[in-house]
Design a protein around this ligand. Structure first.
Ligand code: MG
Length: 235
């Protein structure tokens, strides 16, 4: 747990009852880890009205979901590797959910008790490969294509949060989660009817308008109100 500039160690992993120990360490002295231990990372395609309008696409009737492998996961301040041969590497600012306990066939109104908290996620995408392949696995799955962090915020209402991305300090995306086509409770319930969710699994909720490309040496920051900033450099 973070309190001001201190990290307070937990007695055990956070998926059960959160118990604090007496051990602390200054926040500015640590190397970040991703605040989730996923067996799978599930992402939602088009889920912001503003992004659908930007793409001149009809909002989907049902969530379009896809997976990233856990091997793509990196933490705050780690580097995104620009793969050789990729011509267009995009950032996508997203709000992500971390699952607290095993969930299968849960109803939207039950979802809250299965959620540990919320974090920022960058759905890094090789856009040229996504278009070429016609499906998304290769384009979304390179190592380092899933920055998550900086931490998991456990006390947050996700229904109307400002979400922004900055490329080299320039504001690129600026929207609110009240633009969701499918809100968090619907989305988590929907996915739990397809696949069993386990503690530490990550569900990402799609990106708003303003997606663009990154190049080596760029700095990409995803900022979500009530959480903070996920910052990664491109190598
Ligand atoms: Mg996305």
């Amino acid at each position: 747990m973070i309190s001001d500039d201190l990290i307070i160690f937990l007695k055990k992993p956070p998926y059960g009852k959160i118990e604090l120990s007496s051990n602390t360490i200054p926040l500015n002295s640590v190397k970040y880890l991703a605040p989730a231990t996923p067996t799978k990372i599930i992402l939602c395609g088009l889920n912001y009205i503003d992004h659908a309008l930007e793409l001149k696409m009809k909002p989907p009737q049902e969530p379009v979901i896809f997976l990233k492998p856990p091997s793509a996961l990196i933490a705050n301040q780690q580097n995104i590797l620009h793969p050789a041969g990729v011509k267009r590497l995009d950032y996508e600012a997203e709000l992500a959910v971390v699952i607290r306990k095993k969930a299968k066939n849960i109803k939207p109104r039950e979802v809250n008790k299965f959620i540990l908290g919320y974090t920022c996620l960058n759905d890094v995408t090789a856009r040229d490969i996504q278009k070429k392949d016609g499906q998304w696995t290769r384009a979304k799955s390179f190592d380092t294509f899933c920055p998550v962090g900086p931490w998991c915020e456990t006390s947050l209402d996700p229904s109307d949060l400002r979400i922004r991305s900055y490329l080299n300090g320039k504001l690129m995306q600026d929207s609110r989660t009240n633009n969701f086509i499918f809100p968090v409770d619907f989305l988590v319930s929907f996915i739990s009817k397809i696949m069993t969710l386990y503690p530490g699994d990550v569900i990402s909720t799609g990106t708003p308008k303003g997606v663009s490309k990154m190049k080596p040496k760029d700095r990409i920051e995803i900022n979500i109100q009530g959480i903070g900033s996920l910052v990664n450099n491109v190598l």
